[in-house]
Ligand binder design. Structure first.
Ligand code: FES
Length: 97
């Protein structure tokens, strides 16, 4: 996956997250959603009817389109959750397994 971060921006401490078992880089202070998008994850789940990709819409806690499983807790809004070192995130999009 491509890294979408702007290299010239100063960030806090580098941390690791695991997305469906794959390691990605995040930085203290980022939301889980920001880390996922920066790592190239745009689709976070699939439409249950036609399997179309679904992803974050509002980025501010309103739409619930960004929900993922974090450390075993399902339906957590990734846009409202600060990334913590060694978090395990599960995306429910079978095309990104
Ligand atoms: S992107 Fe809308 S609630 Fe997270």
């Amino acid at each position: 996956m491509e890294n979408l971060r702007i290299d010239s921006i100063t960030r806090k401490k580098k941390i690791k997250l695991f997305v469906n078992g794959k390691e990605i880089t995040a930085y203290k202070g980022e939301t889980v959603l920001a880390a996922l998008i920066a790592a190239g994850y745009k689709s976070l789940k699939q439409n249950p009817v036609n399997q179309d990709p679904r992803g974050a819409l509002c980025g501010m806690g309103v739409c619930f389109e960004c929900t993922v499983t974090i450390d075993g807790i399902p339906n957590v809004r990734s846009c409202m959750t600060e990334a913590q070192d060694m978090m395990e995130i599960e995306i429910n999009d079978s095309r990104q397994q």
